[in-house]
Design a protein around this ligand. Structure first.
Ligand SMILES: [Zn+2]
Ligand SMILES: [Zn+2]
Length: 320
């Protein structure tokens, strides 16, 4: 549990969470570790509930009766935990932008725990054929990565800058769709570059320097603002640079010339339930294989440290 930003998580004995209206009680079987969790713990995101149980890629087993799921069903709980249903965004198919949205592991206690509660309307049925720890990264790294890929448009040559949990999933989807993937990593990170090539990337190298050819779009997963002007330099006229993370260091100023030519910069915020349904149906057909490193619940700080250092291959997942 997190007591305050910029402090390590603390192992705590909590009383069992009580489900509120429309909420179901879940036994957590696995919970993915997302870069957003790191931003919350590091104090980059200012408004988490405190104290907080982080974690928003929960694979859980339904423990009580609910109107949607039988007891014993395995469900996934994503970042989007609740929306108002009545604001202009909710009413126009953009619930990801809801003015009053509440997020799992931020406004609502999440899955770095043995038990969790979640609003059943925001839970997903999970595809069979994925072990719990393999399914967990699909719930944010996968979903939000997929939304980013969609918003990158009809790109044939696509850059993925920052090759972590999300990019390793998006790479597989993009390759299956017949796109060519250009994986940008930290300079000299031969291990991650090799990993990207093993997943079908046509090129892997230093993101700041960019690939040897012009791209149609770049998705920036790394929280490094300096990659935005770099990516603009690498995309063709009319191309897009999509920022997939919830937090990024400041983007340095750059000459207008880099944006000229109808290039577009946009961010991707959160997910809709429709994104989730669509991606979770697609993943087993690719099929997406997630590469995970598992940690015990009490090793959550270690998992976050490894993510902070860029030392993970694929995604970290906590198992109770
Ligand atoms: Zn709303
Ligand atoms: Zn996430």
């Amino acid at each position: 549990m997190l007591d305050a930003g910029r402090t390590p998580l603390r192992l705590a004995d909590l009383s069992d969470p009580e489900p509120g209206p429309r909420q179901i009680l879940l036994r957590v079987r696995a919970c993915g570790v997302c870069r957003t969790d790191l931003h919350i713990v590091d104090g980059d995101l200012a408004q988490p509930k405190l104290p907080l149980v982080p974690g928003h890629q929960i694979v859980g087993e339904v423990l009580d009766d609910s109107s949607r799921f039988e007891p014993g069903t395995r469900v996934g709980v994503p970042w989007l935990g609740w929306t108002c249903g009545e604001c202009r965004y909710c009413l126009t198919g953009s619930e990801n932008l809801c003015d009053r949205a509440r997020f799992t592991g931020y406004d609502i206690d999440g899955g770095y725990a043995e038990l969790a509660v979640a609003d059943e309307r925001y839970c997903f049925a999970l595809p069979e054929g994925y072990a719990d720890e393999q399914a967990a990264p699909l719930l944010c790294a996968g979903l939000i990565g997929y939304r980013s890929l969609r918003l990158a448009g009809d790109s044939e040559a696509i850059g993925l800058y920052g090759f972590g949990a999300s990019a390793h999933i998006v790479c597989q989807v993009a390759v299956a769709q017949g796109r060519r993937v250009f994986a940008g990593t930290r300079k000299g990170d031969a291990e991650t570059q090799e990993f990207a090539r093993s997943l079908g990337a046509a090129w892997a190298g230093d993101a700041a320097a960019g690939p040897p050819e012009e791209l149609d779009a770049v998705i920036v997963f790394a929280p490094a603002g300096e990659l935005v002007p770099a990516a603009l330099r690498h995309v063709r006229k009319g191309g897009a640079v999509v920022c997939a993370g919830i937090h990024m260091s400041d983007i340095p100023s750059f000459p207008y010339e880099l944006l000229w030519g109808e290039r577009v910069i946009r961010s991707v915020a959160n997910l809709t339930r429709a994104d989730g349904e669509e991606f979770l149906a697609l993943a087993p057909t690719v099929p997406v294989h997630t590469e995970v490193e598992t940690f015990r619940l009490e090793q959550a700080n270690e998992a976050l440290d490894r993510l902070r250092q860029g030392a993970l291959r694929g995604a970290a997942v906590l198992v109770p």
